[in-house]
Design a protein around this ligand. Structure first.
Ligand SMILES: NC(=O)C1=CN([C@@H]2O[C@H](COP(=O)(O)OP(=O)(O)OC[C@H]3O[C@@H](n4cnc5c(N)ncnc54)[C@H](OP(=O)(O)O)[C@@H]3O)[C@@H](O)[C@H]2O)C=CC1
Ligand SMILES: O=C(O)C1=N[C@H](C(=O)O)C[C@H](O)C1
Length: 254
């Protein structure tokens, strides 16, 4: 039976993942948190020792904070344990660390573990590939009031899909946080807008707009269970993969 370890175990997602693992019949080896105290379930300890957890589990799931990523990756490399990373707010330096780790162990990184969002990304890629750059692409997301990063990891994932479809680099064409006299929209830009409020689990909309018509493709998460179940499915799949970097497409057969 696969044994799962959870980095960020006491958080909203950490607890949802522990529950989904138990429902799927998997063992939860334990978890880490910033403080490293308490229990995830009766007899399942939360510590602040990523190496001990990586040694105790068959596969790790990280839904914590970007600042914890380097130590979590080091622990997984030292223990030779695969890791699924769902933490968002990652910068270029974090992706470089993930690329390095993926030369030593299996690593799956994704801004969204749900089937629906990953299918949406495939649809967005297809739409962007089919339409010229006289179609403006805008990505709007809304999340709960506690979310600390923007744009969401999912919005960036969808932006990457749109850029791939269009054959461009997202970093060179993204427009974030318009305010004041911004000037007219740059042709070929991919725009992002982030809303925060209440308890929204995760809403994403990709708008493709041209003169006289627009297409809207979207996804609404009604709760965190879809992310937690997707993380369990992804981690179970990853435990059987060779060294390398993966996303959810292989897991979901997309
Ligand atoms: N990929 C996906 O499908 C999804 C990704 N996410 C992402 O997952 C992440 C977590 O989200 P959520 O659970 O809502 O956030 P929470 O703030 O509820 O949980 C994050 C947890 O990480 C803990 N933490 C902080 N520092 C460390 C550390 N050094 N080691 C281990 N744990 C640490 C925090 O502890 P403390 O509170 O004490 O600081 C907290 O318990 C976010 O980046 C979010 O965007 C969320 C949903 C789906
Ligand atoms: O912080 C969240 O809650 C979520 N984060 C992920 C993101 O940044 O896209 C995934 C999901 O939308 C929920």
């Amino acid at each position: 039976m696969t044994s799962i370890g959870i980095f960020g175990a006491a958080g909203r997602m950490g607890r949802a993942i522990a529950q989904a693992a138990t429902e799927a019949g998997l063992t939860v080896a334990g978890g880490t948190d910033r403080d490293g105290s308490g229990e995830l379930a009766p007899g399942v300890a939360i510590t602040n020792d990523p190496l001990a957890l990586a040694q105790a589990a068959d596969v790790l799931i990280d839904f914590s904070v970007p600042a914890a990523l380097a130590a979590n990756l080091d622990a997984c490399i030292a223990a030779n344990t695969p890791i699924l990373i769902g933490t968002t707010g990652l910068e270029g330096e974090h992706h470089a660390l993930i690329d390095q780790a993926a030369t030593r162990i299996p690593v799956l990184q994704t801004g969204n573990t749900s089937l629906g969002v990953n299918l949406l990304a495939a649809l967005v890629e297809k739409a962007a590939a089919s339409l010229g750059d006289d179609w403006d692409i805008e990505i709007v997301e809304m999340h709960h009031r506690h979310k600390v990063d923007a744009p969401s990891g999912t919005a960036l994932l969808l932006g990457e899909a749109a850029a791939k479809g269009r054959g461009i680099a997202l970093a060179e064409h993204s427009e974030r946080g318009r305010d004041g006299i911004t000037g007219a929209r740059a042709k070929g830009a991919i725009g992002f807008a982030a809303l925060r409020g209440g308890s929204v689990a995760g809403d994403h909309q990709v708008i493709l707009a041209t003169e006289g018509e627009r297409i809207e493709l979207g996804h609404r998460a009604e709760n965190r269970t879809i992310f937690a179940r997707g993380a369990i499915k992804g981690a179970s799949w990853l435990a059987g993969q060779p060294v390398g970097r993966y996303d959810m497409k292989g897991v979901l057969g997309l």
